[in-house]
Ligand binder design. Structure first.
Ligand code: G1P
Length: 287
């Protein structure tokens, strides 16, 4: 099973970031010097993904422009001999073949992924939620792909969370089968600590077999009228095994304001070009 395609859902309103997202896509908010979505695209490209479908909606044109060529800017940078910037601008465009699919109605993450059915064309594929930035020795999606190829099945990435986390993420009922690998025996979307099966949460990276699309179609909308991918995975696992993989590395959940700030600070402290100055600055802040 060779995984060459990925889907990045980026159609949501970004309400958790208002007012920043009133007139610009959440996915284009900048973490250090790159828009949030570029981290997912680079992770996919670094995991052998060649085709990326971004699910978009009205007001998301900046994403299309960001991954497109900009001949005027390229010419300008060439004339000014700003070759480093030129190289960077050209590199972004070449990260993958980009495809854009419109989700006309906000009917949930499951529905957004269903929009990519034709693009996927019956192959297994990866899904990356751009809120999460992973900092891993092996790209997180590559870790998942390796597990999916080994088990020839859908695999979702897992991370351990505290009681608060059980309110923010889908939680699985795990059956351990190998180092870092669990068979998923059940799952609930954002159960809260009382109803959570475990501390193992679904965190924004998936590899699916194409049968997920039928499962999404068979999924009933939740109380908010949204089709949750977690509910579709529950149906899928009645037909075929689904596995969870506890990834190796660090994750920054930049999906809300405080997480975004924490992620930005953590990543800045690891950047060779900023770290020393930024660390000194933080040390001087009177806490
Ligand atoms: C979605 C999924 C949830 C998952 C989370 C990971 O929730 O529905 O199962 O744990 O992403 O970030 P959302 O963040 O879109 O509310």
């Amino acid at each position: 099973m060779k995984i060459r395609k990925a889907v990045i859902p980026a159609a949501g309103y970004g309400t958790r970031f208002l007012p920043a997202t009133k007139a610009q896509p959440k996915e284009m908010l900048t973490v250090l010097d790159k828009p949030l979505i570029q981290y997912s695209v680079e992770e996919a490209a670094g995991s052998g993904i060649e085709h990326i479908a971004v699910i978009v909606s009205r007001g998301k044109d900046a994403i299309l422009d960001h991954f497109d060529r900009n001949p005027e800017l390229e010419q300008f940078l060439k004339e000014k001999q700003k070759f480093e910037q030129l190289h960077e601008v050209e590199r972004i465009t070449g990260l993958a073949e980009f495809h854009y699919i419109r989700q006309k109605e906000m009917l949930g993450l499951g529905h957004a992924i269903l929009m990519a059915e034709e693009f996927v064309g019956g192959e297994p594929f990866a899904v990356l939620l751009p809120d999460d930035i992973f900092d891993c020795p092996v790209p997180c999606t590559q870790q998942l792909i390796t597990a999916a190829e080994q088990y020839e099945a859908s695999v979702i990435v897992l991370g351990r969370v505290d009681a608060e986390g059980t309110k923010k993420y889908g939680i699985i009922k795990p059956h351990p089968i190998a180092d870092r690998v669990f068979r998923v025996d059940d799952m609930i979307e954002k159960p809260g600590p009382e109803r959570a099966f475990s501390d193992l949460a679904i965190i924004g990276r998936y590899v699916f077999t194409p049968e997920i699309f039928q499962a999404i179609r068979d999924t009933e909308p939740d109380h908010r009228g949204e089709i949750q991918i977690t509910d579709a995975i529950k149906l899928l696992r009645q037909e075929q095994p689904v596995y969870g993989y506890l990834f190796e590395g660090t994750r920054h959940d930049c999906g809300d304001k405080i997480g975004f700030l924490k992620g930005s600070v953590s990543l800045a402290l690891k950047r060779p070009d900023y770290a020393a100055e930024f660390r000194a600055f933080l040390r001087d802040i009177d806490l």
